[in-house]
Design a protein around this ligand. Structure first.
Ligand SMILES: O=C(O)CCC(=O)C(=O)O
Ligand SMILES: [Fe+2]
Length: 186
């Protein structure tokens, strides 16, 4: 597991650098908070056995992750769906050797909603296949404070979210599940 975690850590760092580059934020920038504070990561194994009545049960209810982003490794059984405006629930079919990256709420806040967090869920299947997924949540420690990156803001683009600690945000989300981002809007 340690080796797996180390590998995922390297992928997450690379991905973070690509996102920062794309946004025009240099890693040397002193306001670059994700890189300067130690990240915090967690692994979760999800197991969805075949279900006799998949229409009457849900594998994982719709949610967004409270991470910067989540790297998901799924076996060959489908079940993950993301909500796409205008299209509804869309299946993310497994591709051998490919990882899925879901943007989480922290990246949503840090990028002032340029990277909106992905609403997703896992549905069950009746085909007798067992679905497994491993989620690597790349996040920040609970005492870390997040707010939209200053580099992205200017006289036109104002911060959409107030500054919160991860702990505070988790608290808001646990009481107001779907509206946490809306509740910290400025
Ligand atoms: O099993 C999946 O595909 C989704 C897992 C997930 O969304 C999660 O662990 O947060
Ligand atoms: Fe998730």
């Amino acid at each position: 597991m340690d080796r797996y975690q180390k590998k995922m850590e390297a992928v997450a760092e690379k991905l973070t650098n690509l996102i920062l580059e794309w946004l025009g934020i240099s890693q040397e920038d002193p306001k670059w908070e994700v890189g300067s504070s130690p990240f915090s990561a967690a692994l979760q194994l999800n197991s969805y056995p075949p279900c006799p009545n998949p229409d009457r049960a849900m594998g994982l209810a719709p949610h967004t992750d409270t991470s910067i982003f989540t790297i998901l490794h799924q076996n060959s059984v489908s079940g993950l769906q993301i909500f796409k405006q205008g299209a509804g629930w869309v299946s993310v079919l497994p591709i051998a050797g490919a990882l899925v990256v879901n943007v989480g709420d922290l990246l949503h806040i840090l990028t002032n909603a340029r990277f909106p967090s992905a609403l997703h869920r896992a549905v069950l299947n009746q085909d007798g296949y067992h679905r497994l997924s491993v989620a690597y949540f790349y996040g920040l420690p609970s005492d870390c404070r997040v707010s939209p990156w200053l580099k992205l803001l200017n006289s036109v683009e104002k911060p959409r979210y107030r500054s919160v600690t991860v702990k505070e945000y988790v608290g808001i989300k646990s009481n107001n599940f779907e509206q946490a981002l809306w509740l910290i809007r400025i």
